[in-house]
Design a binder for this molecule. Structure first.
Ligand SMILES: Cc1ncc(COP(=O)(O)O)c(C=O)c1O
Length: 395
């Protein structure tokens, strides 16, 4: 917990606005998730690609979920091995696909087209791996593929559902036979690893998590009848919404029981994978901006900060309700008042909190937005209106 003096010292050192990421909180979340989940843990880099965050997670999670060649290269720069990475995303270019294979990174294949795009070049790519100073004729690892699937189950209670309907993400359940035919045809040139289902974002319900996991296991069983499934990636989307969040201990217990049942019915030992981003890193972040103006207008009392939606789009609620608590860091003990807290942009969209209660802010006070570690800095229109970029402070 940051004190008023801490906040003031950081503001003097780094200017405002700034993000603060507390690595001790991140580590504690990772340890808790490790204890709760009977699964290999990947961290979804998109949630917060800060290098110190990626480095701090070594030894605490098993690998990273990346969504572009940029994230892949960032992960390698931060000391992660290619074998620890999983690359998903609906718009991988041919260049990205081939680079991932050359690095030996596991690919989550999102569409039949992507399977088609990969297949003609596979033998050639396998040869080119041999041609890169590794010695001709030496057996080369085959490209590792996971099928990302879109089950017909609706991801109820995921606030950002990504399965069940028409979707650019993953191959529809209805096309499973087509996809497995393809895998069988190319079995000698690829290393098929298993399936991947990311049900969506912001799930705080253990029941909804379990329903999505059950649908995923059902698909795995169908695929396994034709081609062995060694791994199931159950995706991310572990929600954090204000003070409410997914109970990972309960979710882990349910997953463990389902995996046991699957093992008993298929006789297949299986590696389970999960890849949350937000749950791990959101509580580790605080966004801090300074009060630069205030005004009353037709019954409302506005407080204007030197940063807002430009640095923290999510906090303005335009990407789904987050309910991030606003706190007066400089004067926590001041009387509680209702204020509408806005950023400096020329748009009513730049509202961090309408009629929220907080300790009475005065000009110059530092206002914090808690729970800001995920989908903040890298997810925001940082250059809109040309305000200075916020520092990212890590401690
Ligand atoms: C494939 C995939 N995995 C994992 C995540 C991480 O989701 P979250 O941060 O909600 O856990 C996302 C987010 O969009 C995703 O698309």
């Amino acid at each position: 917990m940051i004190t008023a003096d801490d906040a003031q010292a950081l503001a003097e050192q780094h200017g405002t606005p700034f993000y603060l990421y507390e690595l001790s909180v991140l580590r504690e979340r990772a340890r808790r998730l490790r204890a709760a989940m009977p699964a290999t843990l990947l961290y979804a880099v998109k949630a917060n690609p800060n290098e110190a965050v990626l480095r701090a997670l070594h030894g605490l999670v098993d690998g990273l979920d990346v969504a572009s060649l940029g994230e892949l290269e960032l992960a390698l720069r931060c000391g992660w091995a290619p074998q620890q990475l999983s690359f998903a995303g609906p718009g991988k270019t041919q260049h990205e696909l081939e680079a991932a294979i050359r690095h030996g990174v596991l690919l989550s294949v999102e569409s039949i087209r992507e399977l088609d795009a990969l297949s003609p070049s596979l033998p050639e790519l396998s040869r080119s791996r041999g041609g890169e100073g590794r010695g001709e004729g030496k057996p080369q690892p085959r490209p590792r593929l996971r099928l990302r699937l879109n089950p017909s189950l609706r991801a109820q209670a995921y606030r950002v559902p990504m399965i069940g309907g028409p979707s650019p993400f993953g191959i529809d359940e209805e096309e499973l036979a087509l996809a497995t035919d393809h895998l069988l045809r190319h079995a000698s040139t690829i290393d098929f690893d298993g399936i991947h289902v990311h049900p969506g974002g912001q799930c705080t319900s253990v029941g909804a998590f379990s329903a999505a996991a059950a649908a995923t296991l059902d698909l795995a069983e169908q695929v396994h009848r034709r081609i062995p499934v060694r791994t199931i990636n159950f995706g991310g989307g572990f929600g954090v919404l204000g003070s409410e969040e997914l109970d990972v201990e309960a979710a882990g217990k349910r997953l463990g029981a389902m995996l046991e049942k699957y093992r008993a019915s298929t006789g297949q030992a299986l590696e389970a994978v999960v890849e949350p981003g937000r749950w791990l890193v959101a509580p580790a972040g605080l966004y801090v901006a300074r009060v630069v103006s205030e005004k009353r207008s037709r019954g409302k009392h506005f407080v204007v900060l030197d940063g807002g939606m430009n640095h923290h789009l999510g906090a303005t609620g335009h990407l789904g309700k987050l309910d991030l608590p606003l706190v007066n860091l400089s004067r926590p003990g001041a009387p509680r008042v209702m204020r509408t807290v806005v950023g400096p942009l020329c748009t009513p969209l730049d509202t961090l909190g309408a009629d929220v209660e907080l300790a009475e802010p005065q000009l110059g006070d530092l206002i914090g937005v808690r729970g800001s570690g995920a989908y903040g800095y890298s997810f925001s229109p940082l250059h809109f209106l040309g305000h200075p970029l916020p520092a990212e402070v890590v401690r």
